[in-house]
Design a protein. Sequence first.
Length: 84
Amino acid sequence: MGIIGWIIIGGLAGWVASKIMNTDAQQGIILNIVVGIVGGLLGGWILSLLGMDMAGAGLIASFLTALLGAVLLLFVVKAVTQRA
């Protein structure tokens, strides 16, 4: 998957994660893309720790991995910013 694919999957995953975590009003399209791409890296790392290799698993698996990581990322950010 090329950079355009990463941007599209990241944007969709970041947007869905922001809807799940109820942070959509605070985020724009650029932040959704960044959250989705970072979430994909985070989700891939967490799944690799659990022994799951998601490389080459397909479009849906990539989206679900990015979604998992994006939700976790937003959860942590939301928890840290509410305490400050």
